[in-house]
Design a protein around this ligand. Structure first.
Ligand code: SF4
Length: 277
């Protein structure tokens, strides 16, 4: 076992002793070893007992706010909302999302998972929608999928705490983790568009088919239906002027370990794109 792998083994053992289940054992050796090196340098943060995934400037920014905090009211009507969001400042945008009732998902949510990570990030990661743990915490990408995402990012030298901003296409949880519906994506799109504009990253990483299709929509033929992630990955797209790389959602990687090698290739592509900026 290499020194890096040994460090990872210690790191994972610490996590297990703190009551966390085994973590992403199927990740490719290179990803695991580089993530171990990042963990050893403190990029993943110490495995202390109350650690939840995330942190940094936006930690908890998507939680349901205390009374009065979500007092930015969105205008009614899709066009008015889009116009308002297009010029909103970051805090107003976040507050408006926390109180948003623009689609049916508002009725079943516990928390709005607006974002995690740093608004000054060079990379924006866009996923699909909150799951049960994200709904409970108000943070995107927590739980096992979030931990694997942290490892994936660390494998290419990126830290969720400092250099990544994370959000989803939908800010509220679809019931039973069903797929997002087109009208929900449309209703929520002004938030995501403005988040990307305000963060102005050097690159975007879409994880999962919904985020990939939405962000790479300008590369689709008119009327083209949702494309499978496997058909989309492996290319550098553009979202406006921002380069976009797509890869599998970490939850899909946990279910399909054989795709880890492909995800590793995607992350290497992302690293090259970011190094060129
Ligand atoms: S999913 Fe988006 S549009 Fe729907 S209620 Fe939540 S924040 Fe509003």
């Amino acid at each position: 076992m290499s020194e890096a792998a040994e460090r990872l083994a210690v790191y994972l053992d610490q996590r297990r002793r703190l009551g966390e289940p085994a973590l992403a054992p199927s990740a490719p050796a290179e990803m695991v070893e580089l993530a171990a090196a990042a963990a050893a340098r403190g990029l993943l943060g110490p495995p202390d007992a109350d650690e939840t995934r995330g942190g940094g400037a936006e930690r908890g920014a998507g939680r349901r706010s205390p009374a009065g905090a979500a007092d930015t009211v969105l205008p009614t009507g899709a066009a008015e909302t889009a116009r308002w969001a297009a010029s909103a400042g970051y805090d107003d945008l976040r507050k408006a999302a926390l109180g948003c009732t623009r689609c049916r998902l508002a009725g079943g949510r516990r928390n709005v998972a607006f974002s995690d990570g740093s608004p000054d990030a060079r990379l924006v990661v866009v996923g699909e929608a909150p799951g049960a743990e994200e709904d409970a915490t108000g943070l995107p990408f927590v739980g096992q999928a979030g931990k694997l995402l942290d490892l994936m990012l660390a494998a290419v030298g990126l830290s969720r705490k400092e250099s990544v901003y994370i959000c989803n296409v939908l800010k509220c949880r679809p019931p039973g983790n069903r797929n997002p519906m087109p009208d929900e994506i449309e209703a929520c799109a002004p938030f995501l568009k403005r988040q990307i504009e305000l963060v102005a990253p050097a690159a975007l990483l879409a994880v999962g088919a919904f985020a990939a299709n939405w962000l790479a929509a300008s590369h689709s033929a008119p009327g083209q239906s949702q494309r499978a992630l496997g058909k989309l990955r492996g290319e550098v797209y553009r979202y406006g002027a921002t380069p976009l790389v797509v890869t599998y959602h970490p939850a899909a990687l946990l279910r399909n370990p054989a795709w880890s090698r492909l995800a590793w290739d995607d992350l290497q592509l992302l690293r090259r794109v970011m190094d060129e900026k």
